[in-house]
Write a protein that binds this ligand. Structure first.
Ligand code: GDG
Length: 734
């Protein structure tokens, strides 16, 4: 049975120390409950911070904590106060949290925080590795550990890793502000499945990946090196039964008796962590407005505000607390009487039974976050409206992830105090039949997609992605396959190699002319060429001048413009087809029109082709224009001897008789080669892969479907392989 490894910043067990005694208190958070009731019983292990800074613990205490947590299936990651200060209170809560909730004014960009964040993610990775088994499933949680999936992947390439983000994923316009945006995306993409609460966040994530990283998503999937990665929405649910049945518990009934308001007075509740994202200030302003606009409700309603202390080491949280307390004081002072207090305010966490009693009693829950990944309080409140003839009404912000599932709530814009005041009135006056209808619909949904279903759904999808990866595309060229290649290479008396240039021997750059070969590459090629058994062909879409300039001094065969021209080791360039380029003058104006309409686009002219490049353009616009251009060209070229091809960020119009497959045919039909190696990265190389004999080692560099047998993830992996081949060559005398 494979184990489930959960990783989160905090463990689901709090460790407390009084004098010299340690106590372990399991906390029934949502995730722990979900995992606890997975359909498939699974052995689980949970990694996280135990809640006490390591510099405040001696080795005996650490040992005791490790042993005590072991009984709860937990492994502590000991973090010092300095690590917590810079990683948790710093980067996680002063950078990611505000930015991802659209509070740019609170976002701090600090290199020290970033370094600490990276180091702590590495710390988690380091501590986990020795305890991992090959068939473990790993599920990493939340914004504190966004780099961890990639770090684990680097050490365990075949691991099954899922990542779930509990907070919103912001739009690209927000994410792009972050100097470390690429690193965060790459970190998450180390996972096989990336989950969010809402489809909106999936969309934002994919759009950022498309714009910031080099991967191109198709629907909700993308290839990261040779790995299929899926991105999807899994709206987290609650332990529905626990809340629905809570008001029958004697402890909860006792609480209800204690806090029941006076006869006839309606109760409104507001429950959140004290956080600026929750919109508590705006909510209080709206309540003030409500009492002002509708004086008939004074003394008829009471608002209970529960603000749970949170992140008190971050300044803005303390400032917010002061502001909240001021406005509570103002409202109570303004409207309160000797026997009516408009707001009962509590700055503390309530025990579960009291919270459940409040949920059950309240006529209205006023939940108005300015941004919220999901908001479980809203769901818990609805679940608690059971066995009531007159169930309570949820007023919910449209900015909470939960709003898309709880459409029968009274949904408001949290910045609109008039709308909130009107919603309060609507909720307080809502007829019984309407209340029952709304609640039943929401309860039915919540009771189906519970937190257990959520966890199950995520894990099952993760398994599916993993299965799909194994039947997807060329096999990774590593381990035994790589050894076989090197062995065949060594043993062969004659070797033929076709090497594409851009994206294969060198990486992509924004300006094509900047991709000249570096000294290391030239050196490797020289070493390979010094072995008389090697026949090397560089086959590229580049023009003759560029290839001559870069490789003219080497004893190498060059093929330019996808096979239009060939230059043998000694000799001149020979054209392979008759140039008949009248079509260029017909198509050029269209290409030019699409350059003018697409900022960043440009045309490259080759002897047998015209290429429209859009690598530097805004990606959505580039995609749209590429399609339009292709359609326009197709109509025009239907009766000519030319074809229109779409590649990676290009549209190419070219002579039909010219392709890399045609170009390499003479070599492979002339003689039998004991070793053939072909490497390329894009659609033009597929023509070569397609004509190769079965014994050839065909290798695709980078992601995407291919006819090649093998795959290497990056240019750098490919260059390492070439260097390994070169290591078996006699050095040139020069
Ligand atoms: C993050 C995301 C996302 C609250 N007061 C008391 C108390 N609570 C419990 C509630 C609820 C939980 O805390 C709060 O969860 P939320 O979802 O409302 O909000 P965050 O803490 O911000 O959680 C959020 C969530 O992660 C899950 O993915 O929904 O968007 O920000 O379960 O019951 N519990 C007790 N006393 C209290 O006074 N015992």
């Amino acid at each position: 049975m494979s184990r489930l490894i959960i990783v989160s910043n905090r463990l689901p067990v709090s460790v407390a120390r009084q004098d010299d005694t340690l106590t372990f208190q399991p906390s029934a958070g949502g995730v722990a409950t979900g995992i606890g009731s997975l359909a498939q019983p699974t052995e689980r292990l949970w990694f996280g911070w135990p809640g006490i800074a390591s510099d405040r613990l001696g080795s005996t205490h650490k040992h005791q904590i490790t042993e005590g947590l072991d009984e709860h299936g937990c492994k502590p990651i000991f973090l010092s106060s300095a690590e917590m200060r810079d990683y948790y209170f710093g980067f996680a809560n002063r950078t990611i949290w505000p930015l991802f909730h659209y509070f740019t004014q609170y976002t701090v960009f600090n290199e020290t925080y970033w370094r600490a964040y990276r180091n702590v993610n590495e710390h988690f990775c380091r501590d986990m590795l020795p305890l991992l088994k090959p068939d473990d499933r790993i599920w990493v949680h939340d914004y504190q550990l966004m780099l961890l999936p990639e770090m684990l992947r680097a050490k365990r390439p075949d691991a099954e890793i899922g990542f779930f983000l509990h907070i919103p994923f912001p739009s690209f316009e927000l994410l792009r502000l972050l100097p470390w945006r690429r690193e965060l995306l790459e970190g998450m993409l180390g996972a096989d499945l990336i989950g969010f609460h809402e489809y909106e966040y999936v969309r934002h994530f994919l759009s950022s990946v498309y714009r910031i990283s080099d991967y191109e998503p198709h629907l909700s999937q993308l290839m990261v090196h040779n790995r299929l990665v899926r991105v999807d929405a899994f709206p987290m649910g609650i332990d529905y039964q626990r809340f629905a049945e809570s008001s029958r518990k004697p402890e909860v009934l006792r609480e209800i008796d204690k806090i029941k308001p006076n006869e006839g007075r309606q109760l409104i509740i507001s429950v959140d962590r004290l956080d600026y994202t929750k919109g508590i200030l705006k909510r209080l302003e709206a309540y003030d407005w409500f009492l002002k606009q509708y004086p008939e409700y004074r003394k008829k309603v009471s608002l209970v505000v529960v603000a749970v202390p949170s992140r008190t080491k971050v300044d803005v949280y303390n400032e917010l607390r002061e502001q909240i307390e001021q406005i509570v004081g103002h409202i109570n002072g303004e409207y309160g009487t000797l026997n009516w207090t408009p707001i009962s305010y509590m700055y503390r966490s309530l025990p579960f039974d009291r919270l459940a009693a409040l949920y059950a009693l309240a006529d209205v829950a006023l939940i108005t976050p300015l941004r919220d990944g999901m908001n479980l309080v809203a769901k818990e409140y609805v679940a608690c409206q059971q066995d009531k003839e007159h169930p309570g009404i949820l007023i919910l912000s449209e900015m909470a992830g939960a709003a898309s599932e709880l459409a029968e709530a009274v949904v408001i814009n949290p910045h609109d105090k008039e709308a909130i005041a009107a919603a309060l009135r609507q909720a307080l006056e809502m007829p019984q039949a309407e209340r029952l209808r709304r609640n039943r619909m929401m309860q039915r949904r919540l009771s189906r997609y519970t937190v257990a279903r959520w966890a199950d759904d995520f894990i099952q999808t993760l398994d599916e992605v993993k299965t799909k990866q194994h039947v997807h595309g060329p096999a990774p060229l590593r381990g035994e396959r790589r050894q076989k290649l090197i062995h065949t290479y060594q043993a062969a008396p004659q070797r033929l190699m076709f090497l594409d240039y851009d994206g294969t021997l060198v990486g992509f750059v924004k300006q094509p002319q900047e991709a000249r070969p570096d000294a290391e590459l030239i050196d490797t090629l020289k070493t390979l060429l010094a072995d008389p058994a090697n026949h090397i062909v560089i086959i590229s879409g580049r023009d003759r001048e560029t290839l001559t300039h870069w490789f003219g001094d080497l004893n190498i065969t060059l093929i330019a413009e996808h096979g239009a021209y060939i230059r043998d080791t000694e000799g001149d360039w020979v054209a392979q087809v008759n140039p008949d380029n009248e079509w260029k003058e017909m198509t050029r104006p269209i290409l030019e029109l699409y350059v003018d309409r697409t900022p960043g686009a440009f045309i490259e002219e080759k002897t047998f082709s015209l290429v429209w490049h859009c690598r530097r353009s805004e990606p959505d616009l580039a995609d749209l224009r590429a399609q339009e251009l292709k359609d326009a060209l197709m109509g025009m070229t239907a009766n000519l001897n030319i074809g229109v091809f779409e590649g990676a960020k290009i549209v190419e119009v070219k002579h039909i008789g010219v392709n890399k497959g045609q170009a390499v045919l003479p070599w492979i039909s002339r003689q039998q080669w004991p070793f053939i190696f072909v490497a390329g990265n894009d659609y033009t190389d597929e023509d070569m892969f397609g004509v190769m004999p079965e014994n050839a080692f065909t290798c695709k560099i980078g992601p995407g479907p291919s006819r090649a047998h093998y795959r290497l993830n990056t240019v750098s992996d490919f260059r390492t392989l070439l260097a390994a081949m070169a290591a078996h060559c006699p050095r040139s005398e020069t």
